[in-house]
Design a protein around this ligand. Structure first.
Ligand code: ADP
Length: 388
């Protein structure tokens, strides 16, 4: 039997997973269980060991506990892999967790105290940890945080201009997508060479979207803030808006906080502006002027934030695109890069059209790269470091 590590990313209605061979970090299979809470179903798996779960049926009524047990049983019953540990994506590490951590009772208590910072995600992440502990007592578990990568940001990049007592209470810019940025920081030296150690901006453009400015592979600024609502235009989220607008909705329009939250988190972004869809593919295929405006605004805001991060970095040595839109939409990349010519960016449109790894002109001062997102691999890597 080969040693393996399991990575779990639990959401409100899904449990995504990835299994890696411990010795080589080769991905063995990745997949997910969807529809938990309504009609649970295994969405299939990809990879050389995709058949691992083929033999057993997941009950439609499965909750998180049952789904997690089903996953672990699939690995155990295969008799192919000896599971060494499980790593979890945990959205919030608060001000103190700045690296992956082995989970024990004290850590669990500390993570539970952070639930108010991410009420929509943290409880599901923690439920998965409890479910694994129940289904496989004694299995080492490691928490890896979306916020941890940004704890290297200088204080000025972290604090808001609010009364300092509130800052001291942890109302600061945490930033998210940290595991995605960690992956880019890990692989970029092999792709970009020396530039990877310089001033790099990574554009994580998926349903959620953010930018990270890195120096020597460490975060020095990012666009998401206290929550993942800040920064860029996203699929359904508004990104940065005037806080006065939120007050106006509550005080002048009489909206309840839950109603405002629904508007800003679920009815804004590409969906809100277009009135059509939160999916960039749908908007790219549409000839409705609102679809165009939504995509134009998306690109415009990326450009403005890139400009801001170039100022924070004092220049730019490389630009990286990752995640769904960043990896696949030549149109959006082109729109962004055309407006960044002043910063030394010039695309080779043939390379861009084929989603090549390097999409900039050979002579351009700043190279531009397209790199696949992988939020599971840095977790598997951290797990191995922690248990060895
Ligand atoms: P998440 O943030 O949920 O992980 P993804 O990284 O998968 O999301 O990104 C989802 C976004 O990527 C969606 O807006 C989707 O339309 C977009 N996307 C995926 N494939 C393409 C494509 N071929 N062209 C343009 N956009 C794409």
């Amino acid at each position: 039997m080969d040693d393996a590590v399991l990575v779990i990313n639990a959401g409100s209605s899904s449990v995504k997973f990835a299994l890696f061979r411990a010795e080589t970090l080769e991905p063995l299979c990745r997949g997910g269980i969807e529809g938990i809470g309504s009609r649970a179903a295994f969405g299939g798996a990809k990879g050389p060991e995709a058949g691992l779960f083929a033999g057993s049926e997941l009950p439609e009524t499965a909750d998180h506990d049952v789904a997690t047990r089903w996953l672990l049983d699939g690995i155990r019953n295969s008799d192919r892999f000896a599971l060494q540990a499980a790593g979890h994506r945990v959205v919030h590490g608060g001000p103190d967790f700045c690296a992956p951590v082995i989970i024990d009772d004290a850590v669990m208590t500390a993570l539970e105290e952070l639930i108010p910072l991410a009420p929509a995600h943290q409880p599901h992440n923690l439920a998965a940890i409890k479910a694994v502990a129940k289904a496989w007592p004694g299995l080492p578990q490691i928490a890896c945080f979306d916020t941890a990568f940004h704890r290297t940001m200088p204080r000025l990049a972290q604090i808001f201009a609010i009364p300092h007592e509130l800052t001291d209470q942890g109302l600061i810019r945490y930033g998210f997508h940290g595991l995605s940025y960690q992956h880019i920081a890990d692989v970029l030296p092999g792709i970009a060479g020396e530039a990877a150690q310089g001033r790099v901006i990574v554009c994580h453009l998926g349903h959620g979207a953010s930018l990270c400015a890195m120096q020597e592979g460490r975060s020095i600024a990012t666009t998401m803030g206290f929550t993942a609502l800040d920064g860029l235009v996203m699929g359904m989220r508004c990104g940065a808006i005037d806080a006065g607008l939120v007050l106006h909705l509550i005080e002048q329009r009489g909206m309840a906080p839950a109603e405002v939250s629904e508007i800003l988190n679920r009815r804004s972004g590409l969906l809100g502006v277009s009135g059509i869809s939160n999916d960039a593919r749908v908007l790219l295929a549409s000839d409705d002027p609102r679809a165009k405006e939504a995509l134009d605004l998306f690109a415009y805001r990326v450009v403005r934030e890139v400009g801001s991060l170039i100022a924070a970095l004092g220049g730019l040595d490389a630009l990286v695109f990752t995640a769904g839109i960043g990896e696949h939409s030549a149109h959006v990349r082109s729109a962004i890069c055309r407006a960044l010519g002043w910063a030394g960016i010039a695309l080779d449109e043939t390379r861009n059209a084929t989603n090549a790894t390097c999409i900039s002109n050979d002579g351009a001062p700043v190279p531009v790269f397209v790199i696949g997102a992988d939020e599971e691999r840095p977790i598997a890597q951290a797990v191995l470091q922690k248990i060895s």
